[in-house]
Design a protein around this ligand. Structure first.
Ligand code: GLC
Length: 552
């Protein structure tokens, strides 16, 4: 644990705690569950874990609605459990990153409860984004902003007797997640203090929720929603609630706090911004260490888009001297094994090809310079669960869309660890807070462990090679020319060793020059062969939708 620059090329595993491992059998994953599986994560070869929120919360948005930032949800454990997790992780050389949610609190947070008990002009009101409604009786919201979770972005404040006041509060997400006012010095001081509270306990860093949304444009102007979808995601240019220059001032303050510690603590921002150029601003030397690069995640299975995203990201990060990060799945998007699957005219997904593509793109991504995030279960090749029973769904997107948007529950189904009946080793009982598909018995850790060609063994091997190689992680990237839908580059380290990484996006075999490498370190499918023919001499044949790492 000596290297202070560990985050520059780390592999970080995202734990969604309620769905990772359940130690007490209530069907909800918990902190002791994570601790009990640290050996698994160590064997997988990850450098750090990022744990989604486990604070006290009414769980209207899976814990991203926090009631007390210094308490652990009793369903998930205690502060002592967190201390033990940190100690055990560090013992195994695994860093621990927590998730901070500064854009909004839960409406059950003491601060918002104070709002409900007090009057306009009170200190409590100034901590949130509260404005008078429009129209004669103030019955219309202060502006036209929408919630990311469907519907309006404002709700009317009620007085203690339940009658409507003339005022509205902003919530870019669920109505139980009121936005904080980051112009208020008390809000700023409180969050610096929360950072210190957890840094003092030994955590190594924070992932920052909605980092691009904390400051809103002065005067809260209406937004032109012509292009609604991207605006909601946060990648629309000029949205008055996203990517405002004022957020950078906050991160400069936070960086000073992180740098008070030895070793310095690190930040990774959740930043949905319109371009890699806007993204790089968050990584200026006195701000965040890294930020999620969603431009790459949304490029999907498109060679030109992928290549452009890689080029733009690397170029913009170089200007600020920061390493890029790469991610293909998380708790907010459909798992990439399903997302990448071709869909036929009847709307059916070819999940076999989906997994094949996912393995290929993952291997290719692991060879890019910088750090990489893995979302729990992707190492098992888990697909998205689209057909959860309606009554099981919990995502606010489902409720706020009048049951038209299935939302994100399908990527949050508890992990299968072992056995042939529910909860497939998730916990000691058959309970899991979301039902697991029967086919998941075959995808469990136990079923894949030691099995040649399984997705789990494939991830382990790829991460082992990545760690051992000086050319991957750090090091240069140089594209190689090739016709057709093939992406290929050389990574070279300072000591001169090199690896060529190839992604064949075609649905056919491609032939590559043998000079690219005579040894395959690892491939995402069995479909590769070094061949010699009379006519064309020696070449390497790479099967459809397959990636490979080559060396001489
Ligand atoms: C982030 C989280 C997401 C949450 C939202 C509101 O995007 O990743 O899960 O719903 O913020 O906090």
């Amino acid at each position: 644990m000596k290297n202070n620059n560990w985050w520059r090329d780390a592999v970080i595993y995202q734990v969604y705690p309620r769905s990772f491992a359940d130690s007490d059998g209530d069907g909800i994953g918990d902190i002791p569950g994570i601790t009990s599986r640290l050996d698994y994560l160590h064997d997988l070869g990850v450098d750090a874990i990022w744990i989604s929120p486990f604070y006290d919360s009414p769980l209207h948005d899976g814990g991203y609605d926090v009631t007390d930032y210094r308490e652990v949800d009793p369903r998930l454990g205690t502060i002592a459990d967190v201390d033990e997790l940190i100690a055990q992780a560090h013992k195994r050389d695994i860093r621990v990153i927590m998730d901070i949610v500064p854009n909004h609190t839960s409406s059950e947070h003491e601060w918002f409860q104070e709002v409900l008990r007090s009057e306009r002009g009170s200190a409590a009101w100034d901590r949130y984004m509260i404005r008078p409604g429009k129209g004669a009786d103030h019955a219309e919201p202060p502006n036209n902003w929408k919630s990311v979770f469907h519907g309006g972005g404002w709700s009317r404040l009620k007085s203690p007797d339940g009658s409507p006041t003339d005022f509205w509060y902003l919530h870019l997400f669920d109505s139980t997640q009121p936005d904080l006012n980051w112009q208020n010095p008390e809000v700023r001081a409180e969050f610096r203090d929360i950072l210190r509270f957890w840094f003092d306990r030994g955590i190594d860093g924070f992932r920052i929720d909605v980092a691009h949304g904390m400051v809103k444009e002065e005067g809260l102007p209406d937004f032109d929603y012509d292009d609604t979808e991207p605006a909601l995601l946060g990648d629309a240019p000029h949205a008055p609630f996203w990517d405002q220059d004022g957020v950078h001032e906050i991160f400069r303050e936070w960086r000073l706090v992180a740098d008070e510690y030895t070793p310095p603590r690190i930040f990774c921002g959740e930043t949905w911004v319109p371009s890699p150029e806007r993204l790089a601003r968050y990584q200026r030397p006195d701000e965040l260490h890294t930020s999620f690069n969603f431009d790459y995640l949304t490029a999907n299975w498109e060679s030109k888009t992928l290549q452009k995203s890689i080029d733009d990201t690397i170029a913009n990060h170089e200007i600020v001297g920061a390493p890029p990060t790469w991610v293909l799945s998380n708790h907010d998007v459909h798992r990439h094994a399903s997302r990448l699957a071709p869909v036929d005219e009847a709307g059916d997904r070819d999940l076999h090809r989906g997994l094949r593509r996912a393995r290929a793109l993952t291997l290719f991504t692991m060879s890019l310079p910088g750090s990489m995030y893995i979302y729990q279960g992707e190492e098992l090749g888990l697909p998205e669960v689209f057909d959860l029973p309606d009554e099981a769904r919990q995502d606010p997107l489902w409720f706020r869309s009048n049951h038209t948007d299935i939302g994100r529950d399908g990527c949050r189904v508890p992990l299968p660890w072992s056995g042939t009946s529910p909860s497939y080793g998730f916990g000691p009982t058959s309970h899991s807070w979301l039902p697991q598909p029967a086919q998941w018995a075959e995808l469990s850790v136990e079923a894949q462990q030691g099995q040649d060609g399984s997705t789990l063994e494939f991830y382990r091997e790829a991460l082992r090679i990545r760690k051992a190689s000086t050319a991957l992680g750090g090091g240069d990237l140089k594209w190689l020319d090739h016709v057709g839908d093939v992406l290929a580059f050389t990574r070279t380290s300072a000591d001169g060793s090199s690896i060529i990484s190839v992604l064949n996006l075609n649905n056919d075999v491609v032939h590559l020059p043998i000079e690219w490498g005579r040894t395959a370190l690892i491939a995402s499918s069995d479909d590769i062969a070094f061949l010699k023919t009379e006519g064309s001499g020696e070449f390497l044949a790479v099967g459809p939708e397959t990636a490979v790492w080559l060396t001489q």
